[in-house]
Design a protein around this ligand. Structure first.
Ligand code: HEC
Ligand code: HEC
Length: 234
């Protein structure tokens, strides 16, 4: 073999290996649109842009941390996070497919207006307003910090580990808090959420879930009604 043809063989070999690798790597977007291995397309429930479906109780996925989402898929697949609706879907995906689809959703723009939501953390709150009070002040008489301390002002989420809460369906938020109370969801980082959830009453869970579910609409209302914005488009 001449040095030249050797180089050509080497090069085409490398090229084939790269192409084969690209074909092997699962495509998260494709999984979201078409499903995979018999698992249904994610978009049918989680929306075309991962925005979720509040009326049906399907959570938003767009813009949430990739590692968090992948861990949830794994937990729903192995049953440590009990989810009758997601178990079979999560199980059908290989670990590489779970990672790929988690990365795809993490990379989609969040539908949340983070500036408006963060501004809600400054709104005046009365203690009788249980949901808003828990979210912004906590319940220190029983060692519950404000949810916003970890989930960000207005529940917009913080980094990889603290998912956003704003705009998630109320039934979904309440369901997760009760799952931690009943040991039906893994404790997650440092067991922070079981410690919070087990200290909340049923009424507090319902109130704080409704508060975060309605927060994007409330934030929009305040922003468009504030005198500084009169005459401006929303
Ligand atoms: C039939 C509707 C449906 C389909 C299809 C579906 N999901 Fe879900 N998904 C849900 C529901 C409902 C939940 C909330 C979990 C629960 O209530 O048990 C959820 C939860 C999740 C979560 C956890 C979110 C969080 O914030 O913790 C992830 C991640 C997820 N789904 C990813 C996917 C992916 C990826 C696909 C496609 C391969 C998919 N889902 C397909 C309904 C669906
Ligand atoms: C000390 C920090 C901390 C505080 C305070 C906190 N959380 Fe969390 N929360 C977390 C972490 C960490 C996770 C991710 C858990 C995991 O990875 O499984 C989480 C996850 C959640 C989830 C799941 C989101 C999803 O997409 O499935 C809900 C719902 C939630 N928290 C609600 C609340 C509420 C309501 C409060 C206030 C009453 C609160 N949290 C206070 C740290 C905190």
């Amino acid at each position: 073999m001449t040095p030249r043809s050797f180089r050509a063989t080497l090069l085409s070999g490398l090229l084939c290996a790269t192409l084969a690798h690209a074909q092997d790597a699962p495509d998260g977007k494709q999984i979201s649109i078409q499903g995979a291995n018999g698992a249904p397309a994610c978009i049918t429930c989680h929306g075309a842009h991962g925005e979720g479906n509040p009326a049906a109780g399907f959570p938003q996925l767009a813009g949430i941390g990739a590692r968090y989402l992948a861990e949830q898929l794994e937990a729903m697949a192995n049953g440590s996070r009990v989810s009758p609706i997601m178990a079979a879907t999560a199980k059908a995906l290989s670990p590489a497919q779970q990672d790929a689809v988690a990365r795809y959703y993490a990379g989609l723009p969040s539908p949340l207006n983070t500036d408006r939501l963060a501004a809600t953390a400054m709104h005046p709150v009365k203690p009788a307003d249980t949901g808003a009070w828990l979210a912004t002040r906590g319940a220190w008489d029983k060692n519950v910090p404000a949810c916003n301390q970890c989930h960000g002002p207005g529940g917009i989420g913080v980094g990889e580990n603290f998912p956003s809460l704003a705009g998630q369906p109320a039934a979904y938020i309440a369901g997760q808090l009760r799952a931690w109370q009943q040991g039906q969801r893994p404790p997650g980082p440092l067991g922070l959420m079981p410690a919070v959830a087990t200290r909340l009453t049923d009424a507090e869970i319902d109130a704080v879930s409704a508060y975060y579910a309605g927060l994007p609409a409330a934030a929009d209302l305040v922003a468009t009604q504030s005198p500084a914005n009169q005459g401006k488009k929303p």
